[in-house]
Ligand binder design. Structure first.
Ligand SMILES: Cc1cc2nc3c(=O)[nH]c(=O)nc-3n(C[C@H](O)[C@H](O)[C@H](O)COP(=O)(O)O)c2cc1C
Length: 179
């Protein structure tokens, strides 16, 4: 079996929240199967907003901002598997996830094939999550070649860490194990 490079982007600002716990379960599963995993918590990084200066379009794809995004873009470029994990905030993705997405602008073309997984946590029900997926879909649809393999929805989890000891953690682990 081919060892895959996995990049998990965790977009919750909340430490030990539902997104983080599910991402860690996914990571543990993927590592158990011998894959290489990088789990990035956007909140813990120094990453500014895209300024729409188009500097990257003029200079061959290097962002003018000098922050942690340069290293993350390298991981993103190399990844065979991309996991996007976000809480739902006002029927959309978190600001952390959106900031990551916008900062991929310098290299959004010619990234080859990526397998994509979603992990979405919400205080309310699945209808809320479904209303909010277009933010992630819109990003993924810009990839050169992609397959959205699975979407894991943690619904009705308002409090931090409510997914702990639930079937969702088992599912996240299995998702990672079976990539
Ligand atoms: C600013 C803010 C906005 C939120 N908006 C929604 C919402 O529109 N729908 C919803 O179901 N939950 C909403 N929630 C609840 C979170 O989605 C929920 O607590 C989720 O579990 C957070 O994930 P985390 O534990 O990974 O941080 C909101 C929470 C915050 C802080």
């Amino acid at each position: 079996m081919k060892q895959k490079r996995v990049l998990i982007i965790e977009g919750s600002p909340r430490k030990r929240g539902n997104s983080q716990l599910l991402c860690e379960a996914f990571r543990d599963g993927a590592e158990k199967s011998g894959h290489h995993v990088d789990l990035i918590r956007i909140q813990d990084k120094r990453i500014g907003f895209c300024m729409a200066c188009d500097g990257c379009m003029r200079n061959g794809g290097t962002c003018v901002l000098k922050d942690d995004m340069a290293d993350i873009l390298k991981l993103y470029q190399e990844a065979d598997v991309l996991v996007l994990a976000t809480p739902i905030y006002f029927y959309g993705i978190s600001a952390q996830m959106k900031t990551f997405i916008d900062r991929t602008y310098p290299i959004w073309q010619n990234l080859g094939q990526k397998e994509v997984y979603y992990i979405v946590s919400a205080g309310l029900g699945e209808d809320i999550v479904n209303r909010s997926l277009s933010d992630l879909d819109g990003f993924v649809e810009h990839l050169e070649k992609y397959e959205i393999k699975r979407r894991l929805f943690a619904t009705n989890v308002m409090g931090a860490g409510l997914v702990k000891d639930t079937e969702l953690m088992v599912k996240a682990h299995q998702m990672g194990e079976n990539i």
